[in-house]
Write a protein that binds this ligand. Structure first.
Ligand SMILES: Cc1cc2nc3c(=O)[nH]c(=O)nc-3n(C[C@H](O)[C@H](O)[C@H](O)COP(=O)(O)O)c2cc1C
Length: 189
């Protein structure tokens, strides 16, 4: 079960933009993050939810997509995410968020996968522009943006080839290929 869920939980970057995600669904996903591990149980993460087209349009321009796909500027109108969850760190609780936000992101994305949705963790964010667009107070550090939607692309995992190239790529039919290193390569002792 967990292997299947993790295998299906790929980074999706093209969506059926017209398939809406309810705010309540986003709340359920954040509840999975709420239940997840947190260093010293400080629980410093805060979340901003977006599932309407006006707010989504404020977020989208400040995200960078698929750096390895040089000829692809990111999802076009009609295939953009229908929702976002911003993961913020409350600097009044701590200045160091460790890997809390990575764990939260994974919990949320696994939950989304279980619901037949998909998404992408985005760390390449123009943070100050996004802060201004959403009027996020300085006390909150913008850690990650999770793009969410009903996936409109096929993503397959394969093994890194003999050339060792880990760059994901897209074939002529639009299928996105993600090379993963072999288990014996990553277990070193
Ligand atoms: C911390 C982190 C930051 C990421 N930032 C971006 C990003 O800014 N833009 C993007 O398109 N993908 C981003 N990704 C997605 C990765 O490119 C993706 O995980 C990788 O290509 C492997 O694909 P997979 O998630 O399907 O295994 C990020 C992933 C992680 C874990």
């Amino acid at each position: 079960m967990i292997r299947d869920l993790i295998t299906r939980n790929r980074s999706y970057r093209r969506f059926y933009q017209d398939i809406a995600i309810e705010r309540e669904t986003l709340r359920e996903l954040v509840d999975l993050a709420r239940l997840s591990a947190s260093a010293a149980n400080m629980q410093p993460l805060r979340y901003i939810l977006s599932c309407d087209s006006e707010k989504n349009a404020l977020i989208f321009p400040h995200l960078a997509w698929a750096g390895y796909l040089k000829d692809w500027p990111g999802p076009g109108e009609g295939e953009r995410p229908s929702a976002y969850i911003l993961i913020l760190g409350d600097t009044e609780i701590t200045q160091s968020f460790g890997c809390d936000h990575g764990i939260a992101a994974q919990s949320i994305l696994l939950g989304a996968t279980e619901k037949g949705l998909g998404g992408c963790i985005i760390a390449s964010v123009q943070r100050e522009k996004l802060r201004q667009a959403l009027e996020i107070p300085p006390r909150y550090e913008i850690l990650l943006v999770l793009a969410l939607g009903k996936p409109r692309e096929r993503v397959i995992v394969e093994t890194v080839g003999a050339d060792g190239d880990i760059k994901y790529w897209r074939d002529s039919e639009g299928t996105h290929h993600v090379p993963k290193r072999l288990l014996d390569e990553i277990i070193i002792g």
